[in-house]
Design a protein around this ligand. Sequence first.
Ligand code: MG
Length: 255
Amino acid sequence: MICKTQQDYDGMRLAGKITGEALKYAKSLIRPNISTLELDKMIEKFIIDKGAIPSFKGYDGFPASICASVNEMVVHGIPSNDIILKEGDIVSIDLGVIINGYNGDAARTFAVGKIDSEKARLIEVTKDCFFKGINKLSVGAKLGELSHAIQCHAELNGYSVVRELVGHGIGHDMHESPEVPNYGNPTSGIRVKDGMCLAVEPMINMGSRYVALKDDSWGVYAIDHKPSAHYENTVIVTSKGVEITTMYEGENEDR
Ligand code: MG
């Protein structure tokens, strides 16, 4: 979507704010011995109590309000009673909300208790990839500049970029054009327009970039079973800069 009216900006901001608050709530719940289905139920209630709709539920038949992807799972993990978080895991929580016809979409990878330094570095670099990418976003810039910056930062750190899944435009629908790849040539892609809303979401693997689909036909996992991290925000690009709508209170925005 290209924001054109104050209503568009306000709508995207409110959807983003609730999305961020839901992620902050998710962070507060994560601990060893909780199942990903328990997380889903509590976060779903949180979103509904805010007056919003959990946009993932029923999307293409997805059965839950969050995606919860543990360790080698890249994205789209279906919450389950049988998936119990344990100390040392990392879990990516991806969620979206709709309110007043506007969408927010964001993801974080969280530590479960104490994690090893390799997993911690993967989470940090994945977050940094997002910021390296959005630093290249401006009105008139090629989207490929963002893609290239994300890929370079991941690969310089010895990681690989998942290519089968990409970021996307967002607005009245959760997934709109354009596609926002996390890899590619800096001269590729469309030129960014004033008011453009994008979900930027690097998915970074510690090992091979190759992924496979679980037999539930949703879950995407790293084929070498090494850990994977995901960091996503919904942003609005204007002539004043890049506004991140889905950061939550207390998160480090100083980059
Ligand atoms: Mg997304």
